[in-house]
Write a protein that binds this ligand. Structure first.
Ligand SMILES: Nc1ncnc2c1ncn2[C@@H]1O[C@H](COP(=O)(O)OP(=O)(O)O)[C@@H](O)[C@H]1O
Ligand SMILES: [Mg+2]
Length: 281
């Protein structure tokens, strides 16, 4: 469980990025965080991964109180998170395989385990064929899937994705969210920031809407529709709002399987803890 209690964040230059945030995200939830540019979305995620500290209030992630965590315990805490950024952040002179393996090597994983695990997470992302390629040889969508594979390499409990679809085309955006959904269905908590309301509408999940540092809406489909029209209404009168182009995702939603229909189709082989069968020693 992730818990924000009376959290405010004021940067040193005086910007009040978040104001009195109170919310809880349960283990295993899928949450979209939406809001226009500058709303505080990235700050919200940075606080959650202890990249920033709140000015006031407290943040707990599972058993860890982030306002009390010792500096030396932060790297260990971050290993429990899988983090994905808009700009992929792959290492250009490493192959796809090594980019994913790197995340495991830095924490001292044995090569034997890496050789088993990396092809497995690459296969989950449909990237087996690309293991020997370099990032610049891949499309944006493929690079983002490598970043996702890397985020999964160490069995992340929580996937935190900051605008992961910001640099990929609409079809791949849809597929990336669909992959995140499937990881979530196997138990991983997913928190995804986006400013694309049209993408969020394709998936019936909790949506937290931030506006100028405050939560203006938090809930499922119905609340979301109301809030979206609120945001759109505000967009029309304020230049501060960047109105995102509305992509038409309806064509992709038809291929999205509902949990019921998945029963009689080919299941994706994700084990509960993302381990390869017999892989952990
Ligand atoms: N390191 C920083 N120092 C000062 N101001 C910042 C910093 N990071 C973000 N901000 C400001 O905080 C506000 C929220 O930013 P951010 O969380 O990045 O919003 P979003 O991700 O929704 O676009 C913005 O006004 C931004 O300019
Ligand atoms: Mg941001």
């Amino acid at each position: 469980m992730i818990k924000f209690e009376n959290v405010s964040k004021k940067y040193d230059n005086g910007t009040h990025a978040l104001k009195d945030i109170n919310l809880t995200i349960d283990k295993g939830e899928f949450v979209f965080v939406v809001g226009s540019s500058g709303a505080g979305k990235s700050t919200f995620l940075k606080l959650m991964m202890r990249e920033e500290v709140p000015s006031t209030g407290s943040i707990t992630v599972e058993d860890t109180d982030l306002t009390k965590i010792k500096k030396r315990d932060i790297p260990k805490f971050r290993r429990r998170l899988g983090i994905v950024f808009q700009d992929f952040r792959l290492i250009p002179n490493m192959t796809v395989f090594d980019n994913v393996a790197f995340a495991m090597r830095v924490i001292g994983t044995k090569e034997k385990k890496i050789r088993r695990r990396v092809p497995y997470v690459l296969s989950l992302m449909g990237l087996n064929e690309k293991a020997r390629n370099y990032p610049q040889e891949l499309s944006g969508g493929e690079q983002q899937r490598v970043a996702l594979a890397r985020a999964l390499a160490n069995n992340a409990e929580i996937i935190i994705a900051d605008e992961p679809t910001g640099n990929v085309d609409p079809q791949m955006s849809y597929e990336i969210v669909d992959l995140l959904m499937r990881l979530n269905e196997s138990g991983t908590t997913v928190i995804m920031v986006t400013h694309e309301h049209s993408l969020v509408r394709c998936f019936d999940k909790r949506v937290i809407i931030l506006d100028k540092g405050t939560v203006v809406s938090d809930g499922g489909a119905l609340i979301r529709e109301a809030a979206t029209s609120h945001i759109n209404a505000v967009s029309e009168v304020s230049n501060e709002y960047v109105v995102p182009p509305e992509e038409d995702y309806s064509a992709y939603t038809q291929s999205r399987q509902t949990p019921e229909s998945q029963e009689d189709s080919e299941p994706l082989e994700i084990q509960e803890d993302f381990s390869v069968a017999g892989g952990d020693e």
